[in-house]
Every structure is written in C-alpha cells, then in structure tokens.
Design a protein around this ligand. Structure first.
Ligand code: SDX
Length: 392
C-alpha cells in the first residue's frame, strides 16, 4: 500500500508474532517454558522432557517420554554419505559452519518436506532432527580432533549418549560421570528456548516462506554463530583468557568496553530483554561453582569472571544501561570444566536451542503465519535518467 511505516532497527519495539511457547519478563527476570518456571525445570526436569514440553505443549507421561526417546533413537542414524560432506571440511573449520552445512544437507537425504497438517508427519520430522543433530554435533567435534566418528550407545539417555558420542575413545572403556551429565543436561534446559531471539526469529522467517524444517534450522544455526548472540559464549572465554594473560587486569577491559571509540564490548554482558538480571545466568553461576567444586577443577578464569562481573555491576556505565551478565557469561566456564573445547561452545548452545527452534517453527506453520516481509524507509537517490557509459 506504500503507507508510511515506523522504523524499528533490530525490531527492538516490534512483536513479530503471538506465541504460546515461552514467556519472558525482562524487568522481573522471569523465564517460563509453556508456563513452567525455568528454575523448576532446571531443578526437576531433564532436557528430553523439556524438548517434549516445548514442542508438544505438555510435560510427557512416563510412557510418552519412553516412546519419544525410542522414536528419536530409531531415526538417529545419519546417512553415511553425510560423512563425505564432513570429510570435505578442513579440521580447522568452525563447528558452527560445519553444523549449518550438514543440517542443510540433511534435506538432501530426507527430501520429503514436512506436511505440517499431519501430526504424524510433524512428529516424525521432530524425532528425525532430534535424533540426528546430536550426532552431527559430536561428529563436528571428532572431525576437529581427528577422531573416528562414533555413534555412542542407544541404551543410554539422550544427553548421556551425546556425551559418549563426543568423548568415547577407541579401545578405551568409557566411564560416564553423572556430574558431567547432570551439568550438561541443566545447561541444555536453560538454552532450550527464549521467545523471539535472533536465531529463533531467523528460523521463523526462513520457515515462513515454507522452506523445510532442516533448512530453517540450518539458517538459525548461522544466526546463532554471531558473537553478539550465541557466539558470545566463545567470545566470553576468549575475553577472560585475554584478561588472565594480561595479569588479570579486568579494569582495562571495562575501560575499553566503556570507550565509545572502541568497538570492544564486554562479552556475556547486556541483553535486549533482561534489564535487571538474566535468570539463566544466576542458575548457571551457581552451577559453575558446584561443577568446578565437584570435579575438583580450580579454574582461575572463574575468579576473573567473578571479579569482572562485580566491578562492572558497580560501574555507572553498566548500571545506567542495565547491563548484567547474561546466559553466555558463565556457561563457557562449565563447558570448559566438562572438557568441551572453546570452538564447540556455540555448538552446545545450538544443541540446547534445537527444541525451541523446532517448537517455534511448528507453531508458526500451524498458525499459518504469512511470509515475513518487512518494509523500509527509502533514503536513496530520487528519480534520475540513465547516463551513457561515455558520459560517466
Ligand atoms: C544471547 O535475544 C536473546 O534472547 C538472546 C539470548 C538467547 O537466549 O537467545 O539470550 C542469547 O544472545 C545473549 C546475548 C549474548 N551477547 C553478548 O553477550 C554480546 C555483548 N552484548 C551486547 O552486544 C548487547 O548487550 C546485546 C547484543 C546482547 C543487546 O544489544 P542491544 O539490545 O541492541 O543493546 P545496544 O547494542 O543498543 O546497547 C545499548 C547500550 C549501548 O550504549 P549507548 O549507545 O546507549 O551509549 O548499551 C551498550 C551499547 O554500547 N552496551 C554495551 C554492551 N551491551 C550494550 N557496552 C559494553 N558492553 C556490552 N556488552
């Protein structure tokens, strides 16, 4: 219609949809999945159950949960030809680039697009991606380490099996550490959904053209990779390591972050929605201390993180802009204690966010949302006549 539209860069003040999946209150630091508080879910539930809750709307009964896990395991094999695509990558390839490529490639091996109006079809696609994605994440890691690709053990739980696929070594009896399993399960729950964040909005936008579920998730992985979004958990540890190498002088980094002429930002700080605290950061901070204690790991980077957070939280620049530690600030400290290498941190975020992406894509399609196509305010040249090359 050409009507005047309001300009809202980054959609800071725009609701793109109605959704019944996740509720956030940025002022009160509230996060709920399908009405259940993140605190209760992190304490009492497990990641597979939370995935079911997000995607199907209710906590599963015991038999529903068992059937769900069985159906996921049935489709957890990844076509052997996908390994040829993986082989094409250099070992130095970033896992997020590998994952977005392999996830998109899954479409080639599962060509039938999802008929969203068929519950059975939708359920099958959900089980497929929940089965295959952890394999791709583990393979991306093992490729980088030069290890043989593994499938783990289907008698294990969803998160346990993922850990085994990641870390089992040939000719070595793999011992599962319940501290590692519980810590990772809790982290995945805390990352599972977060309403219309950048990567979820990307999954919705791509899916709104009726592109397939795997292709939409592949786009979400690319959006998550950015250091302003999921890539921040890798950037936080790199920042803390730099501060450690600088003799622990976090004042210098705080000054850099405040310096308008310096593009450096305090990674893991600030949030578009949370203006007091990120409830996930509070839970992860406690979990980080517990896990390092339980594993007997003494990581000086945790002390630097605590000191940095304390200093920033008492600084007017951060207070006046409501900048607090977010989900990415402490999560890397746990990943590191669990033996997960830094380049894999954002891949772990993607593994956690997968159920949220699926749930939001499904809701968008079932509600028959229109194709996403925002308008713009034009600021370019007015009408002008073509100029012959000889006259330019
Ligand atoms: C995630 O959206 C989600 O829900 C995301 C997420 C999820 O679960 O999906 O929660 C996961 O992505 C968490 C955020 C991880 N990113 C980082 O930690 C990177 C560092 N943070 C910033 O880049 C920033 O805080 C964002 C990206 C998180 C939010 O950016 P906004 O909302 O666009 O805020 P802004 O860039 O407009 O900043 C407002 C002011 C600016 O200063 P002024 O121009 O007003 O003077 O605050 C400053 C910014 O310069 N600022 C920071 C800062 N974050 C904001 N200054 C220094 N360090 C920072 N981290």
């Amino acid at each position: 219609t050409g009507g005047i539209t309001t300009l809202d860069p980054g959609f800071k003040n725009t609701s793109s949809c109605e959704s019944a999946i996740t509720f956030l209150d940025g002022e009160k630091g509230i996060l709920r999945y399908r009405g259940y508080s993140i605190e209760e879910l992190a304490e009492k539930s497990d990641f597979l159950e939370v995935a079911y809750l997000l995607i199907f709307g209710e906590l599963p009964t015991t038999s529903q949960k068992l059937q769900f896990h069985k159906d996921i395991k049935k489709t957890a094999l990844v076509d052997e030809d996908v390994k040829k695509i993986l082989d094409g990558f250099p070992r130095s390839a970033h896992p997020m680039g590998v994952l977005s490529a392999l996830t998109s490639a899954l479409t080639a091996f599962n060509p039938t697009s999802v008929n969203v109006s068929s519950e059975q079809d939708m359920y099958r696609a959900v089980c497929k991606i929940l089965g295959k994605f952890p394999v791709l994440v583990a393979w991306a890691y093992r490729k980088e380490e030069g290890l043989p690709l593994a499938y783990g053990d289907n008698s294990l739980g969803y998160v346990e099996n993922f850990i085994k696929m990641m870390f089992e070594l040939p000719n070595e009896e793999y011992k599962m550490n319940p501290i590692v399993v519980n810590a990772l399960d809790k982290l995945l729950i805390l990352h599972a959904d977060h309403e219309q964040n950048c990567s979820t909005s990307t999954v919705r936008v791509v899916g709104s053209s009726h592109a397939g579920l795997f292709a939409s998730i592949s786009a979400g992985i690319s959006a998550l990779w950015g250091p302003l979004h999921g890539g921040a958990n890798q950037a936080v540890i790199e920042m803390l390591e730099a501060i450690k190498a600088d003799g622990g002088d976090y004042q210098k980094y705080i000054a850099k972050a405040k310096d308008k002429d310096d593009p450096f930002r305090l990674m893991g700080f600030g949030h578009r929605v949370y203006k007091n605290f990120d409830p996930r950061a509070n839970i992860i901070k406690v979990a980080a201390e517990e896990v390092l204690n339980d594993l007997g790991v003494d990581d000086p980077v945790l002390d630097i993180a605590r000191g940095l957070a304390q200093e920033a939280l008492s600084d007017d620049y951060f207070k006046s802009r409501n900048l607090y530690p977010n989900v990415d600030f402490y999560s890397g400290i746990i990943y590191r204690a669990l033996g997960i290498p830094v380049p894999m941190f954002t891949a772990m975020f993607a593994l956690g966010r997968l159920p949220g992406w699926i749930a939001q894509w499904k809701e968008m399609r079932l509600r028959k949302e229109p194709i996403s196509r925002p308008r713009q305010l034009y600021t370019g040249a007015p009408l002008r006549a073509f100029v012959e090359e000889s006259k330019r």
